[in-house]
Write a protein that binds this ligand. Structure first.
Ligand code: ADP
Ligand code: MG
Length: 710
């Protein structure tokens, strides 16, 4: 017998019930709860309910003693007797209290807003099992609204009890653990009529997976831990499989439909630049990546490639050489940067490198003057201009190319998918696309997320770079930090001080920067300090950058405008203020502004005394490693994939069981499996694949549109 708060009963109409049946049609849910389920948990129909998986399980095979209780325990089971029952309070604060004892001690059971019926049902003096979450109040342990089971001689199942992702607020409004358990139990009885297998039989055998039906049953009501794990494995596998299938099909579609310009020759521009102008030997990783890009662009299929390379790994040179290949094949190319400063810097660097080749390079940003802009437009249309460097201004409709063959987007994480999309409209045949990012995405994520892009990785820094030394300092250390900076300046080095943007208050951010600047100029009065922030005009910003780059100023006090790509090799110290306000990838980007020359560089993370657990983890990670991939993995752990990629709209990363970090093996297995499956049966026509085809069309096709760059 099971007792407790109002215990809903559910009736189903099993002959008509399908996965699409709206939850309103399940008797006993009622319109109010149905609305709440839709709004707070996104559960609309029977299918959603079956995929509303438990977050954890209560192990009924374990019985705790009152003497070993502590508040951190999850929901637990105790065995004992109720000895006293009393009613307390009046009106709304009325409650029922019972004393519960086992052989090790006693505790309280509490019911709020209980019915007379419930009170009469409470079994005093009988041997019981109770379940619930322990809290401690006035030094006494108590359990509110426990589930009670009277001990009789019937054999007790040793199963795990599912705990669903609910909250106290939802519980109060009728969505209690018991509600979910009873409802799902009822639905699980219908499983044979409701679900069909969606993986091929051969796959189930090869990977030793439970059937879909059995997996759902055993995830909600596992008989043992072992069965629960088997169910878990099957559900993860299924999620990974269909995710890979969606992208596999999309890639297949792309290969068949995305016509591209074949760059067949490696010509004079590339060859002579490579032989005569290259200022350094390419790293092995740069060579490999360049080869991958060349192979891609040689085909009459549009390239769609993501180039990942840590800060300072030399992506710009790869971009430049790729643009020369475009030129050799008679095509124009453009390089798009996220900020004006960065576009300017690319323009200056690349123009200088290309000077001996006589190639014409243009710069187009938001602040390009009208007359200049018109000239650029003309040269682009006529084809006189081979390479255009710019900001998102190059995406404007008025910018028309003669024949754009390659578009490179630098520091991709700053661009939205929407912006990239407009690129397609530029030409009848779409240009090859190379997206470069310095915020490496964890390998698992790249593999699952960008499986419609090809991914190249520069996993090696140019020789001779010294690892940046990173330390964590607090306000009390400020003077010693300044002193250290001064010593570096005396050695001829330059320093950055960076202040966070404060989203809630731009004014406050500005004030912090101004105050910081005043403080720094006072201490470093014998040196020149430059300030740089987002509110300055483009011209002023450029002037400040130039001053610092020339070495006329020793200290740059800035907001995060300098985050991306700024290159002053003589700068050797990066002091980050209020580090706790920055995200990990941003910190890594900022740190990448130093360590660009041959000198030992330092990154000093300033923070307040008190730090939250997440901030501590971020700072610790920064102090421990310079490896962008490792950092991105920690970042993924902290933030979750949707947030990390800035694609909240993606229903696709919303995995229920799959963990992108921990389940790397499954992701890899399914990727290979899907690849070979599609090779044999690209249109999923074989009878063996009919189940998965139906499931795919119903559940995945519409969800995956967003990630297409077009
Ligand atoms: P990122 O990948 O962060 O964009 P950059 O392309 O700006 O890096 O390169 C960082 C610095 O390293 C630049 O000063 C560049 O000239 C230099 N560099 C790039 N490749 C090499 C190489 N193979 N050997 C030596 N220096 C290199
Ligand atoms: Mg760069």
């Amino acid at each position: 017998m099971v007792l407790g708060v109002n215990f809903p009963k559910f009736e189903l109409y099993s002959n008509t019930l399908t996965l699409d049946t709206p939850i309103e049609f399940i008797k006993g849910i009622g319109p109010e709860r149905a609305k709440l389920l839709q709004q707070t948990l996104g559960i609309n129909n029977v299918g959603d309910f079956l995929q509303f998986y438990p977050v954890r399980y209560l192990d009924k095979s374990k019985i705790y003693l009152i003497s070993e209780l502590n508040e951190s325990l999850p929901e637990i089971q105790l065995q004992g007797k109720i000895s006293e029952l009393s009613e307390l309070g009046v009106g709304r604060s009325k409650r029922l209290r019972a004393k519960f004892q086992d052989r090790s001690g006693s505790m309280e059971l509490i019911w709020f807003q209980y019915s007379k019926w419930l009170k009469e049902q409470i079994p005093i003096g009988k041997e019981l099992f109770i379940f619930g979450k322990i809290t401690k109040f006035n030094n006494v342990f108590s359990m509110a609204h426990p589930e009670i089971e009277i001990q009789d001689n019937a054999p007790r199942p040793q199963h795990l009890i599912p705990i669903y992702p609910s909250s106290e607020k939802l519980t109060k409004r009728g969505l209690s653990q018991k509600f979910f358990r009873v409802l799902l139990k009822t639905l699980c009885l219908e499983l044979p009529n409701l679900v069909q297998e969606n993986l091929p039989q051969t796959v189930l055998e090869q990977y030793q997976l439970l059937s879909r039906e059995s997996a759902l049953l055993n995830t909600h009501f596992p008989q043992t831990v072992d069965w629960q794990l088997k169910a878990d494995k099957r559900l993860k596998f299924e999620e990974a499989f269909f995710f890979q299938l969606a992208y596999g099909l999309k890639k297949q579609h792309h290969a068949a439909s995305a016509v591209g310009h074949p760059f067949r020759v490696v010509g004079a521009f590339f060859k002579s630049f490579y032989a005569d102008q290259l200022p350094f030997e390419l790293t092995e990783a740069q060579k490999r990546v360049l080869k991958e890009i060349r192979e891609d662009m040689r085909r009459p299929i549009q390239m769609n490639r993501l180039l990942q390379g840590d800060v300072g790994s030399g992506k710009t040179m790869v971009a430049l050489l790729s643009m020369l290949l475009a030129k050799d094949n008679g095509f124009q190319s453009c390089l798009v940067a996220p900020t004006e400063i960065l576009a300017q810097q690319h323009y200056i660097g690349i123009s200088k490198l290309l000077e001996p080749t006589g190639l014409k390079v243009g710069l187009l940003t938001g602040s390009t003057k009208k007359a200049e802009r018109e000239l650029l437009h003309q040269d682009l249309r006529s084809g006189a201009l081979s390479i255009l460097i710019g900001t998102h201004a190059v995406f404007e409709k008025t910018v028309q190319f003669h024949n754009l063959g390659l578009c490179i987007i630098d520091e991709q994480h700053r661009f939205g998918v929407a912006q990239r999309a407009t690129l397609w409209a530029k030409n009848k045949i779409a240009p090859h696309i190379l997206v470069m990012t310095a915020t490496p995405i964890p390998r698992t994520l790249a593999m699952s997320f960008y499986s419609d892009l090809d991914v190249s990785v520069i996993d090696e820094l140019p020789v001779g770079r010294k690892a940046i030394i990173t330390v964590h300092k607090k306000e009390k250390d400020r003077l010693s930090v300044y002193k250290f900076c001064e010593e570096e300046i005396q050695k001829g080095r330059q320093i950055y001080f960076v202040y966070p943007l404060i989203e809630e208050s731009e004014t406050l951010a500005y004030k912090n920067l101004q105050e910081g600047y005043a403080h720094i100029t006072e201490y470093f009065k014998n040196y020149t300090c430059t300030m740089l922030h987002g509110k300055m005009l483009a011209k002023e910003k450029q002037k400040a950058m130039d001053e610092f780059a020339r070495g006329d100023s020793q200290i740059m006090v800035a907001t995060t405008v300098i985050e991306v790509g700024v290159n002053v090799p003589n700068a050797s110290v990066m002091v980050i203020e209020s580090t706790e306000r920055f995200g990990l990838s941003q910190l890594h980007q900022l740190r990448g502004r130093v360590g660009r020359g041959a000198d030992q560089s330092y990154c000093i993370l300033m923070s307040s005394e008190k730090l939250g657990a997440e901030s501590r983890k971020r700072i610790k990670t920064m102090c421990q490693t310079n490896d962008g991939f490792k950092i991105s993995e920690v970042d993924l752990e902290i933030r979750g994939p949707g947030d990390m990629l800035g694609t909240q709209q993606s229903g696709v990363v919303d995995f229920k069981r799959l963990d992108l970090i921990k389940d790397y093996e499954i992701i890899k297995q399914t990727k290979d499996l899907v690849a070979s499956l599609l090779k044999k049966d690209p249109k999923l026509q074989s009878p063996e694949h009919s189940g998965l085809k139906v499931y795919y069309l119903k559940n995945y096709r519409s969800k995956t549109k967003w990630s297409k760059i077009s």
